[in-house]
Design a protein around this ligand. Sequence first.
Ligand SMILES: [Cu+2]
Length: 125
Amino acid sequence: MKYSLLLAVFLGSIAVAHAQKKVQIEFKVSGVCGMCEERIEKALDVPGVIMAEWDQETNKASVAFKTKEITEEQIHQLVADAGHDTEKIKAKDEVYNNLHGCCKYRDGANCSGGSHGDHDDHSPE
Ligand SMILES: [Cu+2]
């Protein structure tokens, strides 16, 4: 009897998950540095988006969202509006031109002056 109760609870939670329809997607977003990361993630800080992360190394964004509140298309649009090209939507030139010089991914941005590199292993002691 215990098992059928567990099963009922289990099936019930599946039904709830389906009603809410959360989806996680991954797509490419052009960007360069930590500022880009902040900008991209901030752009996706909107109702309907549960989680948004952008990886500087891979240029991949992973976004979890509720399909009832926002669409994949809108998510791409938000990123493009912030100045970053996605797989589907290109940022407008005027938005792109307003990006920090270090973030101009189309022109081979050079961030050497920005982040102070990695840890120095051979510091004089
Ligand atoms: Cu940047």
